[in-house]
Design a protein around this ligand. Structure first.
Ligand code: ATP
Length: 243
């Protein structure tokens, strides 16, 4: 994956999680992402996709990172490996808030705000409210008639499109999506994926998508990092490698 504007360059990343019964180690030898890239993380349940999303979100600290550079804007490189080593929470939080949007499996909307209120709140929280083309995003996602509705009154597919609108309204450089279409039927999954991909491309954002739906990811031109998992006794391990 190469491109003009880098978003993340990660080499030699590792993270171990332990509980009383077992340990799980995730290794990511290399991931270089540029603006406009589309990458799918594919693997069985428990193989570490969500853990990797947390690492990419600058939310989970790596145990080892030979290199972990993140560009919150063009020309503005954060050495996240150094920031984690020195516990520089402020710089990590700032980059995360400004440049990374997250779409969960179920939408995470604020029930007490209307659809329009949710989208505006997402933009304001990321400091992206000024000059936001709210109408363009709303039109592209077919949400025009729903703006004054509360989330409880709209369907699962519509809610997920609002979640995509919230992510895009933040004008992120990196969109992390954790199985965003898993709870949707085929028609709604297609609608969410096509609008997400088209608008992210227009904005120049990279997308990283955790998914079991390899066919859907292939259809939208995602390259694939596959989880290769192994087990020795109570030690589990996954390496994410290009498929
Ligand atoms: N906070 C934690 N403490 C200890 N182990 C954890 C923690 N979170 C996750 N794990 C373990 O890490 C491994 C990877 O979990 P993760 O949720 O990243 O997988 P996943 O591929 O996203 O799974 P799914 O597709 O089911 O969401 C699992 O074995 C899980 O038990």
């Amino acid at each position: 994956m190469t491109g003009i504007a880098p978003v993340a360059r990660i080499d030699g990343l590792a993270k171990t999680r332990r509980d009383s019964e077992r340990s799980f180690t995730l290794t990511l030898p290399r991931l270089h992402l540029a603006a406009g890239d589309r990458l799918a993380l594919v693997g069985a349940s428990g193989s570490g996709k969500s853990t990797l999303i947390g690492l990419l979100a600058l939310a989970t600290s790596p145990d080892r990172a030979e290199r972990f550079d993140f560009w919150a804007s063009e020309g503005n490189r954060l050495d996240a490996a150094a920031a984690w080593r020195s516990a520089d929470e402020r710089r990590l939080t700032d980059a995360r808030a400004r440049a990374i949007a997250y779409i969960p499996q179920r939408d995470g909307l604020m029930e007490f705000l209307t659809v329009a209120g949710n989208i505006r709140a997402a933009a304001e929280l990321a400091g992206a409210g000024t000059g936001l083309d709210l109408a363009g995003i709303v039109d592209a996602l077919g949400l025009g008639t729903l703006l004054s509705a509360r989330p409880a009154r709209i369907s699962g597919g519509q809610r997920q499109r609002v979640a995509v609108a919230c992510a895009l309204a933040r004008r992120p450089r990196l969109i992390l999506a954790d199985e965003p279409t898993a709870a949707l039927d085929t028609e709604n999954a297609t609608r969410v994926m096509s609008s997400l991909c088209r608008l992210a491309t227009e904005q120049g954002a990279a997308i990283v998508l955790a998914t079991h739906q390899l066919a859907l990811a292939a259809e939208y031109g995602f390259s694939v990092l596959r989880a290769e998992s192994s087990r020795t006794g109570d030690e589990w391990a996954t390496i994410f490698r290009p498929a």
